[in-house]
Design a protein around this ligand. Structure first.
Ligand code: DGT
Ligand code: MG
Length: 425
């Protein structure tokens, strides 16, 4: 008899937003396999299939122990026929034939390589793949006309595909804070995205910016961007304006709850020193007093926008050594941009939110993507509410529900509060 047969007896709720999903879990062999299939479905623009694999993987991530046999999965939600088949194969043979075939397929490899270029989505990558373009070098030689984002993406391909580390994210945070405070003192900057969930690396760094005096944040992004540009911190930026308007009839387009804040997709130029250690020098400690909100995912107090009690000064100079520094310097040494240099390119996403929407923006931009999707699905199907990164609308009472913290939003939704570190669905 195999141990842990009682696993299936514990009841597991079916929405990921009802569960605690830590970053580290017991079933990575299974979730890695399912993630490959999810990614392949997404790259083939089969969203439904992708979500099904992501939901199955998220369920496994939330289990309190390792699954050793398929019989332990009986009665668990979110496991479709296809996912179950893959799980059984991995449990029995150690690998799934379908996953292996997918991973090594020319199409999957090419789609991954091409969508790995900043500014290239699945549609464009697919078109190029059909023309025989399978990687960045093929693209470079193809003579295709690229837009500005894609040209930058190609130029910094290797380093933009190197993970961004937590210390690098903190260093970027210091720069963002200097920029924001230079143009709007009193503004608050919060690290969001995967780093807020406790991830040690990310594909980018995400920040949410607000100001306690509603209205002061209006038009902030162009000013921040100008400051950053003047200081030479930006390699690329694309700013989009705020287009969110609350209406009495409820959200104008409930299906589209994305992209309506002032937002800036950018690529930062982050200094490293000659030995490949990363260093960010500022104007000096006398002119810069950091107040970056503490977003330690293991403390729950960081979720309140008004709370500054756990803020602490950040080090003025960051020195990062070891494995990552070596990787960075290797990539920089081999980069197509005129030899070794003392900075690296990092993707940074900036979002500005009015104070009254801050809690919704914080919840909406902390992720994970599946957790967000599940929150919105829960809201619609279980509560007849529409949740976005701007607001929560109660369709029965025909009114917006205000909230100044994530805890309040979970309460409005009738959900147990799940802290950021447990939203890694
Ligand atoms: P990473 O950067 O790969 O380590 O992982 P994340 O979780 O930081 O993912 P990222 O940076 O793509 O996005 C951060 C979160 O922000 C994500 O969980 C969902 C949310 N998000 C991303 N793009 C949009 C958007 O256009 N609109 C809204 N409302 N949310 C977005
Ligand atoms: Mg991110």
């Amino acid at each position: 008899e195999k141990p842990g047969l009682e696993l299936a007896v514990v009841s597991v709720p079916s929405y990921a937003c009802q569960r605690h999903t830590p970053l580290l879990h017991h079933n990575t062999i299974l979730t890695d396999a399912l993630s490959i299939l999810a990614e392949n479905a997404e790259l083939s623009e089969n969203e439904g299939r992708g979500v099904a694999f992501r939901r199955a993987a998220a369920l496994l991530k939330s289990l309190p122990q390792e699954v050793r046999g398929a019989e332990q999965l009986r009665g668990l939600p979110c496991l479709g026929e296809h996912s179950l088949r893959v799980i059984k194969e991995v449990l029995e043979d150690g690998v799934s034939h379908e996953v292996e075939t997918t991973m090594h397929s020319e199409q999957f490899k090419a789609m991954k390589a091409l969508t790995g270029i900043f500014g290239v989505g699945a549609k464009t990558a697919d078109r190029w793949f059909r023309e025989g373009i399978h990687n960045p070098s093929n693209l470079q030689r193809s003579g295709h006309t690229l837009n500005r984002a894609q040209r930058i993406g190609l130029k910094y391909y290797d380093e933009l595909n190197l993970p961004v580390t937590k210390p690098e994210a903190v260093a970027i945070g210091q720069i963002v804070e200097r920029a924001v405070h230079a143009v709007l003192p009193g503004a608050e900057i919060t690290l969001i995205g995967g780093f807020r969930r406790g991830k040690q690396t990310g594909h980018d760094v995400d920040f949410l910016i607000t100001h306690p005096d509603e209205g002061r944040e209006e038009g902030l992004m162009p000013k921040v961007v100008s400051w950053l540009e003047a200081q030479g911190f930006l390699l690329y930026q694309k700013t989009t304006g705020n287009s969110y308007l609350e209406s009495k009839e409820g959200p104008a387009r409930p299906a589209s709850n994305m992209d309506r804040f002032e937002r800036c997709f950018s690529i930062f130029r982050l200094s490293t020193d000659n030995e490949g250690r990363e260093i960010q020098t500022g104007d000096g400690p006398q002119t810069y007093s950091p107040t970056l909100t503490n977003t330690d995912p293991h403390t729950h107090s960081d979720t309140h926008p008004h709370s500054k009690t756990d803020s602490h000064p950040l080090p003025q100079t960051l020195v990062v050594v070891g494995d990552h520094a070596q990787k960075v310097s290797r990539v920089l040494g081999h980069s197509q941009c005129s030899g070794p240099r003392s900075w690296r390119a990092v993707r940074v996403d900036l979002v500005v939110s009015p104070y009254s929407q801050f809690a919704f923006a914080l919840l909406g931009w902390t992720g994970s993507k599946l957790f967000e999707r599940e929150l919105r699905r829960w809201a619609v199907h279980e509560k007849a509410m529409t949740l976005s990164s701007h607001a929560l609308y109660d369709r029965k009472r025909m009114q917006y529900l205000r909230a100044s913290s994530e805890e309040e939003i979970f309460a409005h939704l009738g959900l147990e509060y799940i802290p950021p570190c447990d939203r890694n669905a």
